[in-house]
Design a binder for this molecule. Structure first.
Ligand code: 8YV
Length: 325
């Protein structure tokens, strides 16, 4: 029997490409060209499966052009690049990479919170620009982290990781809001108290966003929500662009309605709203929360293993849908 044909949309670890090549007839992208959706559809037209990242979408138009496609393995835990209903209707399995990136992403969320609250990049720019010539009592005075109130919007695995770091490492009072409340033993482990979204906004000294992106969470933080936050508060987004209304955030920062923001994700990334770029009280990183070598390797391995298990007839390891037969 001939091997299933697989497309790998971006350049990935050579050991993972080699592993995939043992199982599949592979078309990879060693030059790491960023194909358009139309180019992707062309290349996928004769493929049975795809190893994909969040920079490409599996949507109705693509599915219509790729009748052989049976599985899309996302190298990401978030899968808002999938039109899940359309995939299910077309009989296409979707998979993601949960768990393997949880702790690394929580580490980064906490690092971004710290860097933002304590004005680390802003003060480094000042030093590098040769502007540091003396001590001042209030030079780059930031917000307290230890003992403060940590708010978490979206309490999945990564949110819980951030809660544990805040509660156990920094003695923070942790409050959270989520679609559903955690089981009591998980709440106890995270030392986290469930509150309404309004209470979360009003009480958090540092608000971290860790919820999945969907039509429901689009602009979950907009002008009205920012107006409810403390003027001394820090906002951190490691979830997805689109959860925050970036224009409203830039305006709120400009007017001092919140103190600072740490952003790893952006609406329309890799483009960044100019109003955010011009603010010094914003720490900006290029969507790197899961970016350590061991974690990215584990993500790639899990995406590849999903393809291998699926075509071996064992079923996907971490499915996000149950496709129609
Ligand atoms: C990915 C992410 O690196 O897992 C996710 O959901 O946001 C990142 O870890 C990125 O989406 C590229 O696929």
């Amino acid at each position: 029997m001939s091997k299933p044909r697989i497309l790998v949309t971006r350049h990935i670890f050579p050991e993972i490409t080699d592993y995939l090549a043992q199982h599949f007839a592979l078309e990879s992208n060693p030059e790491d060209v960023l194909w358009s959706q139309a180019e992707l559809a062309q290349r996928l037209a004769d493929k049975d499966g795809v190893f994909i990242t969040g920079s490409h979408r599996i949507d109705t138009a693509l599915l219509a052009a790729c009748p052989r496609l049976k599985i899309a393995a996302n190298m990401a835990v978030g899968y808002n690049n999938f039109d899940v209903d359309a995939m299910t209707a077309a009989g296409v399995q979707g998979t993601n990479t949960p768990d393997v990136l949880t702790e690394t992403t929580a580490d980064f969320g906490f690092a971004l919170l710290m860097a933002t609250a304590r004005r680390m990049t802003e003060s480094e720019h000042y030093l590098r620009a040769g502007l540091w010539n003396s001590w001042r009592y209030d030079m780059f005075a930031g917000a307290e982290v230890h003992g403060s109130t940590l708010g978490i919007l979206g309490m999945g695995r990564i949110g819980q990781g951030i809660a544990r770091r805040g509660a156990h490492g920094f003695g923070m009072q942790v409050i959270y809001h989520n679609r559903s409340r955690l089981a009591p033993e998980l709440e106890a482990e995270c030392k986290a108290r469930y509150v309404s979204k309004d209470e979360l906004l009003a009480q958090a000294d540092h608000l971290v966003l860790v919820l999945p992106y969907s039509a429901e969470s689009h602009h979950a933080i907009g002008a009205a929500e920012l107006a409810r936050m403390k003027p001394t508060a820090t906002l951190v987004n490691i979830a997805r662009g689109g959860i925050v209304d970036d224009a409203a955030l830039a305006q709120a920062l400009k007017e001092g309605r919140i103190a600072a923001a740490g952003l790893d994700v952006f609406e329309g990334e890799p483009a960044v709203h100019p109003g955010l770029l011009e603010r010094s009280n914003v720490v900006l990183t290029p969507h790197i929360a899961s970016a350590t070598v061991p974690t990215r390797l584990a993500m790639a391995r899990l995406a590849a293993d999903n393809l291998v298990a699926f075509f071996d007839g064992r079923g996907a390891l971490t499915p996000v849908n149950t496709p129609n037969q």
